[in-house]
Every structure is written in C-alpha cells, then in structure tokens.
Write a protein that binds this ligand. Sequence first.
Ligand code: BV8
Length: 235
Amino acid sequence: MKIFVLTGAGVSAESGLGTFRDKSGTGLWARFDPMKLATPEAFARDPAAVHEFYNFRRRNLLSAAPNAAHSALARLQRELPGRGGAMTLVTQNIDDLHERGGADAVVHMHGELLKARCAACGAIHAQRDDLSTESVCPSCGREGTLRPHVVWFGETPLFMDEIFAALAEATHFVSIGTSGSVYPAAGFVSEARARGAHTCEINLEPSDNAAVFDEKRYGAASDVVPAWVDALLSG
Ligand code: BV8
C-alpha cells in the first residue's frame, strides 16, 4: 500500500490556524484577505502589509499546537513501512504542525512560514521573528531583501517533480482538510485516479472536487483522521 496524503488548511484549523475560505472562522481572517495578500504583486506594492500578514500568522503559529490529526498521520507514516507500505505526506500548509506532530519528510509544496528567503542572494534560513523591510539577510547582509519562503498565487509550487513521481506510484490518494480550490494541488486526485489509485476525501464538508473521490469521510479532522488511521492499521 503506497499512500499519497495531501493536506490543506483544514487539518490545522482545530489548532487555531485560520483556513482560507471559511469566513465564519477565527478573527485571523477578518483582518486579512489571503487571496489579495498572498501574491508577488501585493508584496511589490505594499511589502509592509504583506509582512504584517505573515508576521501575524507566524506569531499565531508559534503559540499553536498540533492536533490529533497531525499525530495520527505521523503514526501512519511511522507504522506503514513495518507492514510493507509507505506514505508520502504533501501539504499545502506553510505551518510546521505536521513536523511538531511527529511526521518527517513533509513536502511543503507552498513553502514554510518559519523560513525566509533573500530576493538578492537566494539564501533560505529559519525565521521565527517578525520580518520587515528593514530586516537584514544573514547571508549577504543586504537590508530589505527578505521575504517569507512561501509560494504565492502565480508562483510555481515547490517539489513538483517529487510530487508527480509519488503520485505515479500511489495505490491510495487521501486528501485531508482542503477545499480543492487551488491548483495544481486540486488536480492531484485526478492524476492519482487516472493511475488506478483508490481515492478518499476527509474533510469537514464536501470539497469543490468531491465528486471525483471514491470514498468520502466528513467531520472534524481531529476526530475523523485518527479513526481512519486506526481502521487502516487494524486491517
Ligand atoms: C501555479 C501559501 C503555475 C501562501 C498558497 C490566475 C492567475 C495566476 C494563477 C492562477 C490563475 N487562475 C488559477 C491560477 C492557479 C492558482 C490557483 O489555483 N488559483 C485559485 C484561486 C483558482 N494557483 C497558483 O497560482 C499556484 N501556482 O499555478 O503556478 C504552475 C502550475 C503547475 C506547475 C507549475 C507551475 C500557486 C498556488 C499557491 C498559493 N499559495 N499558500 C500562504 O499560505 O499565505 S495557497 C493557500 O490557499 C494554501 O496554501 C492552500 O493551498 C490554499 C487554501 O486551500 P486549502 O488548504 O484547501 O484551505 P481552504 O480554506 O480553501 O479549505 C479548507 C478546507 O478545510 C475547507 O474545505 C473546510 O471545509 C475544511 N475544514 C475546515 N475546518 C476543518 C476542515 N476539515 C476538517 N476538519 C476541520 N476542523
């Protein structure tokens, strides 16, 4: 069994991190519209506003904790090899809650909130403090060239070759906590299905591409994911 797991903002919702589209969510999203701020154009136009958006989320992340869904996925990743299986964990999320929940080799296709990248020298380094237009690159010493190491709308996602290689081999594709509205991630299920993989959606409610999935499990991730992992590992 080779499982390809794709997660989205819904897997971190119960840890207190906002999702992008449920407007009834936390106040985090009352102040910022991610669709307007997560773009290179917004950063070029008003870097201070984009830095504030990510500084707010970084501080929120540093005070958040992984939930039962994160630790259940880490358990599945740990126990599958002993049963002759394997799990690839690809996330659209820029938080580190999968890692803090015990997972390793997490593929962050949209980058990482706790890293910064220098637009001048390209260096990527850990970033836990606020970023600003006065921040200095620890590698090249230039000021004002640092940006969050995240993939904005219109930018190319990371690790795409690795992702498509894993999709080609997957016998099972499981999407967890994503609305299926952002590409290319939203197209992965069709890629896996075309190769004969069994597909399963785990979400609070049907996603935009729910019709494509063979199996659907709806409910809060911290309830549904541990139950799904228990069932899989007891089979
Ligand atoms: C690309 C990082 C080419 C930053 C993110 C016009 C111009 C330019 C591009 C486009 C265009 N039209 C379309 C595109 C493509 C565009 C796109 O898809 N746009 C959408 C809006 C139509 N995509 C891109 O630009 C991508 N790049 O296409 O480059 C290319 C293509 C292929 C190969 C090479 C090159 C780049 C997209 C990446 C953008 N960056 N994040 C940041 O985080 O600030 S995207 C960001 O939004 C997230 O990372 C995530 O991917 C997305 C949000 O999606 P979800 O994770 O699904 O979150 P959402 O809130 O939507 O849903 C949460 C779900 O959880 C809900 O269903 C909810 O019901 C559920 N839920 C809630 N609570 C719970 C729960 N489930 C379980 N339990 C709970 N408790």
